[in-house]
Design a protein around this ligand. Structure first.
Ligand SMILES: Cc1ncc(COP(=O)(O)O)c(C=O)c1O
Length: 389
């Protein structure tokens, strides 16, 4: 259920004040707002460019894995409220509230969670904490932005392990590399840009064995979009005592990439280290929005439905054209167009459709994300001409 600010946040005693006190505060606040407004009438600020934020006019944005149907109305309502409190640093009451909500949903204690400004901040912190202890062992192709961040600072090296022939994460090959001298194992499940989920039994067994030697990070940014998140997540391994960190984000299924909120789940000691290494304080709007939509099952189901619909449109088109693709469980599809990915990207750009260019030396593989249905329709219509099928 969506978080109802009027009923629960203001009145349920989350702040320790009772119903009567909270009501008095709320009506007091509105009286102050009226006085302030009378003294300082708000100027009408026109947003001259309606595309100041978000994609430019007419552009089908399918190059980034955002959820264009977000943020949820339940998040927007809280953002509006948070904006009115923007003079203040985020309240510890809100931090505690969000920690408790995440803890409850995942069967962990609030102390096991670190909250950061998007999961990217936590992942960068993790790379900086563990990178100096030894190489970060990772698949050759994964979301490497944060490991590279630490590498650029001279705080990490990345030991990339080739994918299998089927472009899956090669767990036995990764495991063979891991020793007590390994700084960190970093996995991404489902992986980006392949969209593939690792077989859960094989993954969990390998993670347990590797975690006996070093810390294992599993980036689950897209896990809510997988067919069976509960069966695939590595979160249960944490409470079994394994040295595992799982990261999650509000940027994907929650549609809050521009609002910024992410988290990790680990042992309390590790969570403390990550929180202490994070470099910023998240805005009050981020906490509020996350509280608003974290349990908004209606919005989450709607978003997942749109992703599945768009993904089917893409794969049906690829099937019709006889093009190879990987069976994605995310909001993007990695497909083999048979043409240089950068040329394909350019040809789509001429039609105001934005998709990803080449990754590493995977020359003729392209990644397209599932944006708005009408934008995916444009992609599907343009694809035959662009790949010359
Ligand atoms: C696999 C993966 N992890 C983490 C992130 C970081 O997202 P954010 O910092 O917005 O949570 C991304 C962003 O694209 C991603 O693809």
């Amino acid at each position: 259920m969506a978080y109802d600010i009027s009923r629960r946040f203001l009145l349920a005693g989350a702040t320790g004040i009772g119903v009567a006190g909270a009501t008095a505060c709320a009506s007091g606040a509105s009286a102050i707002a009226e006085t302030t407004e009378a003294a300082f009438p708000p100027e009408k600020v026109a947003v001259e460019n309606p595309y100041l934020l978000g994609p430019p006019e007419g552009v089908a944005l399918l190059s980034r894995n955002e959820n264009p149907y977000g943020p949820a109305p339940s998040a927007l309502k809280m953002i509006e409220y948070a904006g009115s409190k923007g003079a203040y640093y985020a309240s510890q009451v809100a931090v505690k509230q969000l920690l408790e909500m995440i803890a409850e949903k995942n069967g962990v204690a609030p102390e096991q969670i670190a909250l950061t400004t998007g999961s990217g901040e936590a992942l960068s912190a993790i790379a900086m904490i563990y990178g100096p202890n030894g190489p970060i062992v990772a698949p050759r192709l994964f979301w490497d932005t944060t490991a590279l961040y630490a590498a650029r600072l001279g705080m990490a090296t990345i030991d990339r392990v080739p994918l299998t022939e089927g472009m899956e994460i090669d767990l036995p090959a990764i495991e063979a590399k891991v020793t007590e001298g390994t700084g960190l194992v970093q996995l991404c499940n489902p992986n980006n840009p392949t969209g593939l989920v690792s077989d859960p039994a094989t993954l969990k067994a390998a993670v347990k064995r590797m975690a006996a030697k070093t810390t294992v990070l599993v980036d689950e940014a897209y896990m809510e979009l997988a067919d069976d998140p509960a069966g695939n997540t590595c979160i249960p391994l944490i409470n079994e005592g394994h040295n595992v960190i799982v990261s999650r984000t509000f940027s994907k299924i929650y549609g809050m990439a521009g609002i910024r909120m992410g988290y990790t789940i680990s042992s309390p000691e590790t969570a403390q280290k990550i929180q202490a290494t994070a470099m910023s304080w998240s805005p009050c709007t981020s906490y509020a929005a996350a509280i608003g939509c974290y349990n908004d099952e209606k919005f989450l189901n709607f978003s997942k439905g749109k992703v599945v619909e768009a993904r089917q449109m893409i794969t049906t088109t690829l099937d019709t054209l006889g093009l190879e693709y990987l069976p994605s469980q995310t909001n993007f599809v990695y497909f083999k167009s048979g043409k240089p990915a950068n040329d394909v990207q350019k040809a789509f750009a001429e039609k105001k459709i934005s998709i990803r260019g080449q990754y590493m030396d995977y020359v003729d593989w392209s990644r397209v994300s599932t944006g708005k249905i009408e934008d995916v329709e444009r992609f599907c219509k343009a694809l035959p001409e662009i790949v010359g099928a």
